[in-house]
Design a protein around this ligand. Structure first.
Ligand code: CU
Length: 58
């Protein structure tokens, strides 16, 4: 993840998931802070979504 375009695509992928309320992707930290409903969304799905967007999710 190295530019504003990446931030936008990761944000879009994560925002599209059910149960996700707020996504805040930090380019500097290469991290995404996600506010979500644990009953509807999980870390595993988010990781998959990030990978679908073409990025690594450690
Ligand atoms: Cu980029």
């Amino acid at each position: 993840m190295d530019c504003e375009g990446c931030v936008k695509s990761v944000t879009r992928m994560l925002s599209g998931l059910a149960g996700v309320q707020k996504v805040d992707v930090s380019l500097a930290e290469a991290r995404a802070r996600v506010t979500y409903d644990p009953a509807k969304a999980g870390v595993a799905e988010m990781r998959k979504a990030v990978e679908r967007a073409g990025y690594k999710a450690p």
